[in-house]
Design a protein around this ligand. Structure first.
Ligand code: SF4
Length: 401
């Protein structure tokens, strides 16, 4: 009879992601498109002996080109796009009486937790996909069309601070005609391993920019997605502009920048627009408490940001590790993200010229039909999938610490 090798724990089911990415790079038929998340640029340097808080934003594109990447993009571009979509969604809900508060949805650790444990909150969760998925969807449509490459020949690889991003990229909703929007995800540590294996010392590389023409440029509002409170701050900068036709001043919202597990602020939205009460939550324990308060009718916020990892993505599960409960390097990474925002000449997502261009030449307007097809999703009650293994319990304890 036929003998099939079956690995009981599934370890042989998929090849190591690093190996898959090397296969893409070596295949001359394949066009590789890389993207990297905000938190990666302020964590990766630690793996190469740079002091915590060093930004390697310019070294990452150089390293990727040495590896043979065809196109290097910044996930931050898609973070700007998420602000346009999610900000519009918030304004529509404020005007149309739909469920409030709106919860952010860019953290798959939080989205999975809500689907499996708190499905009653799902109607409150923004339908906008995460920056990783928005960038993948646009790469295989907008970019592929401009480059005249069939989407089947393109592979999108993400460098992420996060292990949950692998599962997110594999979700069936995020493929069209059998083609995945994001083909492989490497964590910051896996990317460091790949670079070392190829003999590339990141610390010694000259910085270079991303490939600019369509999706290579981003604002300071996007880079702060890497820390708790950043998505909220970026969203409010744009919502204020939409309502008033002028910029929020001062641009930095320090009330949102603390480190408590739940932070609240009342933000004035300009003359005649009143104020909005918002909350920023990090850690799944605090997220559960916030959800329970909302479902019990005891919360009056209009917008809630949730990140599963304490501190946000800068201290995510794929970043360089620390054995301590609170990573001492995390504060330096966070300060580096805020500096990258302050140093950027553009600090509001709506001022990114490439965002204007993608709406003008491709998507139409925020929350258009095409945006809905490519950049939004639906969530489902996945309570029945909860089959606790020791790994799940460990994972949730770590995330909810
Ligand atoms: Fe991933 Fe953690 Fe960031 Fe959520 S907060 S996206 S789980 S790294």
């Amino acid at each position: 009879g036929q003998c099939t090798l079956v690995c009981p724990v599934g370890a042989l089911a998929g090849r190591d992601d690093v190996e898959r990415v090397i296969d893409y790079l070596y295949d001359p038929e394949i066009v590789t498109v890389f993207q990297f998340a905000p938190a990666v640029r302020v964590g990766l340097g630690e793996e190469f002996g740079l002091p915590p808080g060093s930004s390697v934003e310019g070294q990452v594109p150089t390293a990727l080109r040495l590896l043979g990447a065809d196109v290097v993009l910044d996930t931050n571009f898609a973070a700007d796009l998420v602000i346009m979509e999610e900000g519009t969604e918030l304004l529509q809900r404020l005007r149309g009486g739909a469920k409030l508060p709106l919860f952010t949805s860019c953290c798959p650790g939080w989205v999975n937790f809500a689907e499996k444990h708190l499905p009653d909150i799902l109607p409150h969760v923004s339908t906008t996909r995460s920056p990783q998925q928005c960038l993948g969807a646009l790469a295989k449509t907008y970019l592929a069309r401009t480059m005249n490459v069939a989407p089947e020949r393109m592979r999108v690889v993400s460098l992420m601070p996060c292990t949950a991003k692998k599962e997110e990229a594999a979700r069936p909703e995020f493929r069209r005609d059998g083609v995945r929007d994001v083909d492989a995800v490497l964590t910051t540590r896996e990317f460091a391993r790949l670079l070392r294996r190829e003999g590339i010392d990141l610390a010694g590389l000259e910085p270079s920019p991303c490939d600019d023409p369509l999706m290579g440029r981003a604002t300071g509002a996007a880079v702060i997605f890497g820390t708790t409170g950043g998505v909220m701050e970026a969203a409010l900068r744009t919502v204020y502009h939409v309502l008033n036709g002028k910029e929020l001043a001062p641009v930095e919202l320090h009330a949102l920048r603390g480190y408590e597990n739940v932070r609240e602020a009342v933000v004035p939205l300009g003359e005649g627009n009143g104020s909005v009460k918002v909350a920023v939550v990090h850690g799944l324990k605090a997220a559960r408490q916030m959800v329970e308060a909302v479902l019990a009718g005891k919360a009056d916020h209009v917008f809630v940001e949730v990140m599963a990892c304490p501190g946000g993505c800068m201290d995510g599960g794929g970043q360089p590790r620390s054995k301590r409960a609170y990573n001492p390097n995390a504060q330096a990474r966070r300060a580096a993200l805020f500096s990258l925002d302050a140093e950027n000449a553009l600090r509001q997502s709506h001022n990114n010229p490439l965002i204007g261009k993608v709406y003008e030449s491709f998507l139409g307007e925020p929350c258009s039909n095409l945006s809905h097809r490519l950049l939004h999703t639906r969530y489902g009650d996945r309570k029945s999938e909860v089959a606790y293994t020791m790994r799940d319990i460990w994972h949730e304890m770590t995330l909810g610490r």
